[in-house]
Design a protein around this ligand. Structure first.
Ligand SMILES: CC(C)(COP(=O)(O)OP(=O)(O)OC[C@H]1O[C@@H](n2cnc3c(N)ncnc32)[C@H](O)[C@@H]1OP(=O)(O)O)[C@@H](O)C(=O)NCCC(=O)NCCSC(=O)CC(=O)O
Length: 408
């Protein structure tokens, strides 16, 4: 069939009619954690006692040193000592334990995600049935139908909600889900996308300390469980979106070449085996600036004047990762205060962590207390940075919306 000029213009009009004329925005944020909160200064003693490893005194002392340097004050866990006591296979690498771990996570993921999502929906102020799309990211599930179906049911989403499930993106899963949500919101007029990121990987990765795997101690000292939820939508200028918090100006992903072994997660009979190479820190320090410069260049936001004119929502994948970013980008002290606060209060919650950081930045921007506000109020433009296996870097350029008190 030959295309005609008239036909082309009909196609163009139809295409334009389906798309909003504005940029996607974060409209609401919610977070949730399991009830079991453990303080980092007590964690080495507890971990070695529960895993019956108290005799490994050198390893235990190393764990204490790692915990002291971790920048973490407390973390939340889905599992309890009773969970471990009820599953001796979690402590014996020779026994298969994946099915038991996944069976617990099958309920935990949608239920915890639903708590965070319900908080975001309540803040948004519209009925759950107005959600048109659901993007769920998790590394704590391996089943189909996935936890997104159960989550949609728990929240009472419309039966025709369009579901997208991202599995095994680990620490950049939250940033990936937000990037997908931005694309959906900017391609479908009226779309309201619920992003949910839920991780209970402490359950999937819990194992006794091993002398041959010192990176296992780092993982045991760093990660916690939690869920974050964000509602994303784009409105038309004539019909403003609800209450934007951050506009998502651009989103991109890059993978640092040759870094496949730096950070890894393998799901096997014994649950997750997390590989954290000590080279990850040097990779971030040496390569992050060039990577970011490439990503922001198309926006005309060059690094010429330095990076301190922006606010920063960096994934706190460890205190030393934040230190590496701060040094590589010559950031002023305080620029990563929100990321450091989240690391301190929750540990690294894999992909969900970035939602906690966004929430913390929003809180600091709204807070009148100068000591906590840092420079959040002075910077309209910011960067959200996810880092995970690959080494993969997800970057979203944000523009902070006017604070409610400043709006007309
Ligand atoms: C673990 C740390 C808090 C330790 O702090 P410092 O580096 O300042 O202190 P340090 O160098 O003295 O290290 C303390 C002890 O930990 C050991 N150590 C540190 N990193 C190690 C590693 N990767 N493997 C094995 N051992 C390690 C050191 O040898 C040392 O042992 P000794 O005391 O015997 O000398 C920090 O290195 C950190 O924050 N690392 C980040 C970990 C990481 O890779 N994060 C990525 C997460 S992945 C992520 O976020 C994405 C994802 O998973 O998807």
């Amino acid at each position: 069939m030959a295309a005609t000029a008239g036909g082309a213009s009909v196609l163009q009009e139809s295409r334009q009619g389906q798309r909003p004329n504005s940029t996607a925005a974060v409209l609401a944020i919610g977070t949730a954690n399991p009830a079991n909160c453990l303080h980092q200064d007590e964690y080495p003693d507890r971990y070695f006692r529960v895993t019956k490893s108290d005799h490994l005194t050198t390893l235990k002392n190393q764990m204490k040193r790692i915990c002291e340097k971790s920048g973490v004050r407390k973390r939340y866990f889905h599992f309890t000592e009773e969970t471990i006591a009820g599953h001796p296979e979690f402590l014996d690498p020779a026994l298969p334990s994946l099915d038991a771990r996944l069976a617990i996570a099958a309920d935990a993921v949608p239920e915890l995600a639903a708590v965070a999502a319900a908080r975001a929906i309540a803040e948004w102020g519209r009925p759950a049935a107005d959600i048109t799309h659901l993007v769920l990211s998790t590394s704590s599930s391996a089943q189909s139908p996935g936890p997104d179906l159960r989550l949609a049911d728990l929240l009472g989403l419309r039966p025709a909600v369009q579901r997208t499930l991202l599995f095994f993106h680990a620490c950049f899963g939250g940033s990936s889900a937000l990037r997908v949500a931005k694309d959906i919101a900017e391609s479908h007029r009226g779309a309201r996308v619920l992003v949910a990121v839920c991780e209970v990987n402490s359950l999937l990765s819990f194992r006794p300390p091993q002398e041959a795997r010192l990176d296992g101690l780092v993982a045991a000292a760093l990660f916690g469980d939690g869920a974050g939820a964000v509602i994303v939508g784009a409105g038309d200028p004539a019909e403003p979106v609800e209450r934007p918090i951050f506009y998502m100006m651009s989103a991109s992903q890059a993978t640092l070449p040759g870094t496949e072994d730096a950070v890894s997660m393998h799901l096997g009979d014994g649950g997750y085996d997390i590989g954290l190479s000590a080279t990850a820190l040097a990779l971030v320090r040496d390569r992050i600036e060039a990577c970011l410069a490439d990503m922001v260049a198309p926006l005309g936001l060059t690094a010429g004047g330095g990076w301190n004119g922006l606010f920063w929502a960096v994934h706190p994948g460890g205190r030393a990762i934040l230190d590496s970013c701060e040094a590589a980008l010559a950031l002023e002290p305080g620029k990563l205060a929100a990321s450091r606060h989240v690391l301190s209060e929750y540990g690294t919650v894999y992909g969900a962590t970035i939602v906690f950081v966004l929430d913390e930045i929003r809180r600091r921007r709204r807070n009148g207390d100068q000591t906590e506000r840092d420079d959040m109020l002075d910077c309209e433009w910011g960067v959200m940075l996810g880092v995970g296996p690959g080494v993969t870097v997800e970057m979203t350029v944000l523009h902070a919306a006017a604070l409610p008190s400043k709006m007309n």
